[in-house]
Design a protein around this ligand. Sequence first.
Ligand SMILES: CCCCCCCC/C=C\CCCCCCCC(=O)N[C@@H](COP(=O)(O)O)[C@H](O)/C=C/CCCCCCCCCCCCC
Length: 214
Amino acid sequence: MASEDQKFCLLEVLDTFKLCLSENKEVYLEHYVAGWRGLVKFLNSLGAVFGFISKDAVSKIQILVNFLNGEHGSQYVTIQSMVKYELENKLVDQKKQGSHPESGCRTLLRLHRALRWLELFLERLRTSTEDSKTSFMCAEAYNESLAKYHTWMVRTAAGMAFHMLPGRPAFFEVMNVGPPEQVVAILGKALPLISEVYQITEDLYAQHNLLDLP
Ligand SMILES: CCCCCCCC/C=C\CCCCCCCC(=O)N[C@@H](COP(=O)(O)O)[C@H](O)/C=C/CCCCCCCCCCCCC
């Protein structure tokens, strides 16, 4: 059983996404990463079958945390400052992988694409009915977003993992915020925040031609 500090709570994730945006709509990397950490807690509580997904997310989170805590940490305070710093200092492999295979920009792009999956999945959950299948909603959201960036192997493994998702009632219980109506209400609050963070990042990456980083 998960101990208290490992236990997922949807409200905590909502709070971290609230903290993500600065007054002038920059995205704080520290809180972005904290939001993902919270989501990984949720994933871990679903069982070992999701371990390969969680492992990839954790390794990407760790790359970003290392930049934040590193020598140039002050350049990584927001996603905007990270993009500016890495581009100005030629720290991003733009066309093919070279000397910067794990740049902040490239690493964050992978999580950013996953955030779109999350947005689509949560919207389906929010509007779902008691007999809706989480595996189906998850697969639909995946096929509309992340799938196109993944190899056949990853898509197949992900598809198999989705079949192991618990049903809607158990899934809502793991969210740890009370009865289904409460979950739906909180999802309604979380989604606009997640969408805004996603859109700001998407626009920034589009503006700098970073949406296809290898
Ligand atoms: C509010 C609570 C409800 C929802 C909770 C959802 C919890 C989700 C937590 C984490 C999601 C995982 C994020 C995965 C990041 C994937 C990044 C990525 O695309 N990596 C691939 C490319 O990386 P590079 O090779 O270019 O470095 C990599 O190949 C991927 C490997 C692992 C498989 C990724 C499958 C992703 C499926 C996404 C949904 C899974 C979650 C289902 C459970 C609800």
